[in-house]
Design a binder for this molecule. Structure first.
Ligand code: SAH
Length: 213
């Protein structure tokens, strides 16, 4: 299940689907995905599918984690301060944390955040800061950010996330309701102008407001 061969097969699948950033592929290859799932599901960890993590939430499909990470890494001018909305299991969090200097991640469901915190500690990552809050407002106290990634879909891009982008900062975010698309939003220099690129159709859980204990 956790064998090197199983992981290599996942990497080949990602490459076939067009993921080509070697740094991103290496991090995915070397990050155990099974520890982010309950034991009953961990044998499916290296399949290229999204999987339930409780509370009606899902661990994102490896392809989408790879794609979003590749987009973010490729488009950002630097990766000193990066914000993630929707920590969930913490899988995307640890992938990003290995590619950036400081990672900030916000989650609205407390028990998910606590489990993610244990896994991040287990992997020995020391550049991650977690916060229990409604990520629709970002995390203004730690910003501005070189890049922001959202793992939950709002109906439209929250103004507060755009405002927390540093000059030339980039936001990778699924947007929409039943029909969603992955968007790459870039701040134009230090101006208040933003350029949006639509990447591909996606299916994410909705960005919900408020927090739960
Ligand atoms: N990358 C995560 C994805 C988890 S699903 C993983 O692979 O495990 C998306 C997560 O976003 C869920 O945990 C959900 O609780 C969280 N979420 C939804 N709306 C949110 C909000 N407003 N603020 C913070 N987190 C939010």
């Amino acid at each position: 299940m956790t064998s090197q061969r199983t992981r290599e097969r996942l990497i080949s699948r990602l490459q076939e689907q067009g993921v080509s950033n070697e740094q991103v592929l290496d991090v995915i290859r070397n990050t155990p995905r099974h520890i982010f799932l309950d034991e009953a599901l961990s044998h499916r960890a290296y399949e290229d599918s999204s999987l339930p993590i409780g509370y009606g939430q899902t661990l994102s499909q490896p392809y989408i984690v790879a794609r979003m990470t590749e987009l973010l890494v490729g488009a950002a001018a630097k990766l000193d301060r990066v914000l993630e909305i929707g920590t969930g299991s913490g899988y995307q969090t640890v992938i990003l944390a290995q590619l950036v200097k400081s990672l900030y991640s916000v989650e609205r469901i407390r028990p998910l955040q606590e489990k993610a915190r244990e896994r991040i500690k287990l992997l020995g990552l020391r550049n991650v800061l977690l916060r229990h809050a409604d990520g629709g407002f970002g995390w203004p106290e730690q910003g501005p950010y070189d890049a922001i990634l959202s793992a939950a879909a709002p109906r439209s891009v929250p103004e507060s996330l755009k405002q927390q982008l540093a000059p030339n900062g980039v936001l990778v975010i699924p947007v929409g309701g039943e029909q969603q698309e992955l968007q790459l939003v870039m701040r134009d220099g230090d101006s208040d102008k933003f350029v949006t690129r639509v990447i591909e159709p996606v299916k994410f859980v909705p960005l919900l407001s408020g927090t739960t204990r």
